[in-house]
Design a protein around this ligand. Structure first.
Ligand code: OAD
Length: 232
């Protein structure tokens, strides 16, 4: 690992699976029970806000009750020990990375513990339900929505993410199916600048061929193993 200075890590739902949070595309995943267009698009929210609030209120309560697992903790350990550049980009909307201790972290698809006001644009930390249409603490209007990036909306902090990718020597993708862009394209951006690309996942992802190496297994096992290897 001596030639590696800057690391970018991308995580997806698979890293939180062992914390009891359901993934999206598994046979028992969230998208089996819910249509993406109903609960994860601005049009779905406009058509049936109660349905959307119920969906994210349940996800928020589930995330609050969950605990970080060995994979989240290992990534936080790596960040603390790593001397070079480090950025963790997650597609997950739970807060298990930050509760494990990660700091250089971007929630590109938003966060369950944040509410965004459609009237005044303010964001507030939020751990309660939204279905009762609570007043926005900034403007008083009952216009809060989950601060989640829905399909058709722009993921957060893309400039910062590409800046880190353009400068990385190692890109690691963990627990993501590679089905959703732009995150699914990060591996190609990393390869273009000559970074080593490693995939840690239960099964090969859609973009598996772009990685130099794939290690299959559960995140709770393969991530701590890999981190120990890097820090050895
Ligand atoms: P998916 O549900 O699409 O994929 C989860 C991946 O994790 C799969 O490749 C699984 O094989 C793998 N996996 C499951 N359990 C695992 C475990 N214990 N250890 C390691 N890997 C495991 O979830 P994402 O790729 O995160 O976006 O989905 C990407 C985006 O699609 C989400 O952020 C969400 C969704 O629609 C929005 O809602 C905007």
């Amino acid at each position: 690992m001596s030639s590696i200075r800057n690391i970018v890590i991308l995580t997806g739902a698979g890293i939180s699976a062992e914390s009891g949070i359901r993934t999206f595309r598994a046979s028992d995943g969230l998208w089996e029970d819910h249509r993406i267009e109903d609960v994860a698009t601005p049009e779905g929210f406009a058509a049936n806000p109660d349905l959307v609030h119920r969906f994210y209120d349940a996800r928020r309560a589930g995330a609050l009750a969950a605990r970080p697992n060995a994979a989240h903790l290992a990534l936080a350990r790596l960040e603390k020990a790593w001397q070079g550049g480090f950025l963790l980009v997650t597609q997950n909307v739970d807060d298990l990375h930050e509760r494990a201790g990660s700091e250089a972290l971007i929630h590109m698809h938003g966060a369950l513990n944040s509410a965004w006001c459609g009237a005044c644009d303010a964001r507030h930390r939020w751990v309660e339900t939204l279905i009762e249409r609570p007043a926005c603490p900034s403007c008083g209007k009952p216009s809060l929505r989950p601060d989640i990036v829905w399909f058709g909306e722009m993921p957060y902090r893309m400039e910062d993410i590409y800046e880190a990718l353009n400068d990385c020597d190692l890109f690691v993708s963990i627990g993501t199916s590679g089905a959703v862009y732009p995150a699914a394209g990060f591996v190609r951006a990393a390869r273009e600048v000559g970074a080593q690309c490693l995939e840690l996942n239960l099964e090969r992802s859609a973009g598996s061929a772009w990685f130099h190496e794939t290690r299959l297994g559960s995140a709770g096992e393969v991530v701590p193993e890999w981190v120990e290897e890097v820090l050895r």
